[in-house]
Design a binder for this molecule. Structure first.
Ligand code: C5P
Length: 214
């Protein structure tokens, strides 16, 4: 599977379909978060599945265990490939999420990449998620090597906070795509560097070529 996950952080069906069209040679998994989900959740998920691509539903569930379990059931019924829960929800909530039959992959958010955090805190959350049966975690590209080391090579590390050059936005713990891959990330979640590019397809091609030359 291709390493780049494109974050479809746009407002509409037309805009997201246009991006998917430009990205489909370089991306197998598209991330649908609240911005798009609240506008056209089912339609965009059905569309992505209809072209044989996968949906990563990033709604970061954090609620009482019974509600999270039923939310995972609803996401499964929508046909998503993976989804996020927040590790802050604790072990009972995480265990409820993973208990769902035929569920999507569960990736637990450790600490948002827009926050400053210590590696210890991220590792503690990753170990908790692993012990509860999650398939992997969302963490910054600066932490993936340590996560693999502690939780094992099969425990997936998905890394947002990818930047092609230094920027002054809300992301704090960042790395370039090549650095992220070198640090062991399984998937790189990329949003604004592509969405704000004058030519998203070209930017994705450049990133994807650079990953192959690692
Ligand atoms: O635009 P940018 O490349 O910063 O996009 C990163 C995406 O990853 C956003 O959709 C954001 O919601 C998501 N994300 C994140 N940090 C996490 C989990 C998800 O930035 N820990």
């Amino acid at each position: 599977m291709k390493k780049i996950i494109l974050a479809l952080d746009v407002f509409g069906l037309k805009e997201s379909k246009n991006l998917i069209e430009q990205a489909k040679d370089f991306v197998d998994i598209f991330k649908v978060g609240p911005i798009l989900f609240l506008k056209c959740g089912r339609e965009i998920i059905d569309f992505i599945n209809s072209i044989n691509k996968k949906v990563f539903l990033d709604l970061k569930f954090h609620d009482i265990p019974a509600t999270v379990r039923r939310s995972v059931e609803s996401a499964r019924d929508l046909g998503v490939y993976s989804l996020t829960v927040h590790s802050c929800g604790g072990s009972e909530m995480l265990t409820a999420a993973v208990s769902v039959k035929d569920r999507p992959k569960i990736w637990a958010v450790t600490v948002l990449t827009s926050a400053v955090s210590s590696k210890e805190e991220v590792l503690e959350r990753a170990l908790l998620a692993k012990s509860c049966g999650a398939d992997g975690v969302i963490a910054s590209p600066l932490e993936s090597a340590a996560i693999k080391n502690k939780c094992g090579a099969d425990f997936e590390a998905i890394t947002p906070g990818i930047r092609l050059k230094e920027t002054k936005d809300d992301q704090k713990r960042t790395a370039t795509p090549q650095e992220a891959l070198k640090n062991g990330a399984d998937f790189l979640v990329i949003g604004r560097p592509v969405l704000e590019s004058p030519n998203p397809a070209q930017t994705l091609k450049e990133i994807s070529d650079s990953l192959e030359q690692k």
